[in-house]
Design a protein around this ligand. Structure first.
Ligand code: L34
Length: 290
């Protein structure tokens, strides 16, 4: 039987419709959520994603600024800009689009962003809070995956989730968020001995490697949930994920497409985090005026 398609575009639309009302409400209290995105160099994919973030912020009535630098920018100049944005009252979210050119240390930049404005959820403070189950900015892509699970009413307690990929921005935090929902989590990665042996036992497979066609029907237990976080180009230059979609969708119970799956959710959750940051700021101001 063919899988149920998890429509990321539709779920993102619903999420954004909930955000837009709250942005309006916030504006009546004299505050507009503000997002600053830093884009370095000329990576075409990054530009596409950043444009989409800008466009969505605009549509939701948020203040947004795009700060573009050539590849030759120094780390010091970037750190100075982050410092300025940390102190900018009108900016609630700061995001440095990754990847960065090789001469710039990502960790230095991420750690320079105020944890209160870290709407990507990449700062060690937010990662630590997430791990210990405290209130935190959750990384947008894995956060989006969890919202998809909730919208599809997929119960996770006691389920075996196999995460393929261990990046700091997707694989690692995704496993943690599933663990927080009481799933049993296995991480697989490039050194895993027999990938199939693990994924075949999974109730949920999260593919986050960046390798087209990595997950085939043979990797999947019938009826499993398949979440495709990959963002690749196939031999014809067409956008595709890590999952061999055509064959896997005949075997899985649920599947996310690429495009139109996790990607739009990433953007929606960034807007959610920016609104959350602005709300935090507003309540701090109100408390200090008491
Ligand atoms: N700092 N860097 C930082 N934060 C992030 O959250 C990201 N990411 C990843 C890359 N670097 C980052 C993104 O924004 C990946 N990513 C992202 C965001 C959106 C989409 C894909 C990746 C997306 O909208 N994808 C569309 C198709 C876009 C296209 O046509 O190319 C989709 O439907 O999947």
């Amino acid at each position: 039987m063919a899988a149920i398609i998890i429509d990321g575009k539709e779920i993102a639309k619903k999420t954004k419709s909930e955000i837009v009302g709250q942005v309006q409400e916030m504006k009546t209290q004299g505050m507009t959520p503000g997002l600053a995105v830093i884009l370095v160099g000329d990576n075409q994919a990054s530009r596409t994603y950043v444009n989409s973030k800008q466009k969505t912020a605009r549509e939701l009535g948020m203040h947004n600024v795009l700060i573009e630098y050539p590849e030759s920018i120094t780390e010091q100049e970037l750190l100075a800009k982050i410092d300025e944005l940390n102190n900018d009252e009108n900016i609630h979210g700061i995001l440095v689009q990754l990847p960065l050119p090789g001469h710039i240390n990502e960790t230095h930049l991420i750690e320079a962003i105020s944890p209160d404005k870290d709407v990507d959820g990449f700062h060690p403070i937010n990662i630590g809070r997430m791990m210990t189950g405290q209130d935190a900015f959750l990384p947008c892509t894995p956060f989006g995956v969890m919202v998809m699970m909730k919208e599809m009413e997929i119960d996770l307690a006691g389920k075996h989730v196999v995460v393929v990929g261990r990046s700091n921005i997707v694989g690692k935090p995704a496993g943690q968020l599933f663990l927080n929902k009481n799933a049993t989590v296995t991480y697989c990665h490039s050194k895993t001995k027999d990938l199939k042996e693990h994924t075949r036992q999974a109730d949920v497979v999260v593919a986050a490697v960046g390798k087209a066609g990595l997950i085939t029907a043979d990797h999947i237990k019938p009826g499993a949930v398949v979440i495709d976080v990959g963002m690749n180009r196939d031999v014809e230059g067409k956008l595709c994920g890590d999952v061999a979609y055509a064959e896997v969708k005949e075997k899985a119970g649920y599947i996310t497409p690429v495009p139109g799956g996790v990607g739009p959710m990433t953007i929606a959750m960034l807007m959610y985090n920016t609104l959350k940051s602005a709300k935090n700021h507003l309540s701090k101001l109100q408390n200090s005026n008491l």
